[in-house]
Design a protein around this ligand. Structure first.
Ligand code: SIN
Ligand code: MN
Length: 281
């Protein structure tokens, strides 16, 4: 069973083609009503596949445009349909204005980041660089859980490139038009998770970012990747600890229908391999 982002419906895929086609037709009808639907993809012969209705092995068999930039780094341009982007933006903004929503973190050295952040599932403490159940560096509130459909989506993205993740954290970054994120490694998850190369799954919404990807050492050269609205990026395997950052945004480049100024980025992370090792578990 998979809970879909659209409408929070849970349903079972029974495998019958006719049944699935009927469901797809219903979804297509619904999509006429605006931001209700998600996760479809177009196969090379033009058929629409609703990936969230597929089993993991079926999903892995669907051809999704993807580029492996270096081993373990996959760029999936346009992974999210315009409808899915719209719905994801709505959901994220609703979470962002709820208690434990967006805030502007202050880092260890005392400087403020140039982006707002909201952590779901677990909080990344910008002062200690540790994960916790509460926002100890800000307002002490417990984090909001990661919505089930977000978890399903991130899992699906990883499966699409032949990787696995059990998302325990979703860090949502909100970039104002002048927002940036300096070159860094994502290395605050548990060591065994990093060593296993469990990927980070990233989804971008709004203005295109000049994402920079370096090597395993800070001084190695970086390459730029344009991350547009709807793109997914997976960083795992031997590249899990590559330096990366966001050099800036292409101001005003996002789809106007999203009504978003700047950019949202969601990164899904698995903190621990064993759920007992997750703080607050
Ligand atoms: C991050 O490095 O954690 C976020 C990257 C992005 O905004 O694309
Ligand atoms: Mn990062």
């Amino acid at each position: 069973m998979i809970e879909r982002l659209g409408g929070g419906v849970r349903r079972r895929v029974r495998g019958g083609d006719a049944e699935r086609h009927q469901e797809h037709a219903r979804e297509e009808q619904l999509s006429l009503h605006g931001c209700g639907l998600v996760f479809w993809n177009i196969t090379p012969n033009g058929a629409k596949i609703f990936r969230a209705t597929l089993t993991p092995s079926e999903a892995a068999a669907v051809i999704v445009p993807q580029v492996e930039i270096v081993p373990g780094v996959f760029h999936l341009p346009g992974y999210l349909s315009p409808e899915a982007q719209c719905e994801l933006v709505e959901r994220v903004l609703a979470l962002g204005t709820a208690p434990a929503g967006f805030y502007r973190p202050t880092v260890r050295g005392g400087g403020q980041m140039r982006i707002d952040m909201m952590c779901l599932g677990l909080h990344w403490n910008a002062r200690t660089y540790r994960y916790a159940a509460m926002r100890g560096d800000h307002d002490g509130l417990p984090v909001q859980p990661i919505p089930g459909p977000f978890v399903a989506l991130a899992t699906e993205v990883a499966t699409t490139v032949g990787m696995r993740i059990e998302p325990q954290v979703c860090i949502v970054n909100r970039y104002p038009v002048a927002g940036k994120l300096g070159l860094h490694q994502d290395k605050d998850e548990r060591r065994e998770t990093l060593e296993a190369g469990v990927p980070i799954v990233s989804l971008s919404l709004g203005d295109t970012a000049r994402f920079i990807l370096g090597g395993l050492r800070r001084r190695e050269p970086v390459r730029a990747i344009a991350l547009a609205s709807g793109d997914a990026l997976v960083i795992g395997g031997p590249s899990r600890l590559r330096y990366h950052g966001v050099a800036g945004l292409h101001r005003g480049s996002g789809p106007p229908t999203l009504g978003l100024s700047g950019r949202l980025n969601l990164t899904f992370r698995q903190y621990a391999l064993a759920s007992d090792d997750v703080p607050g578990a």
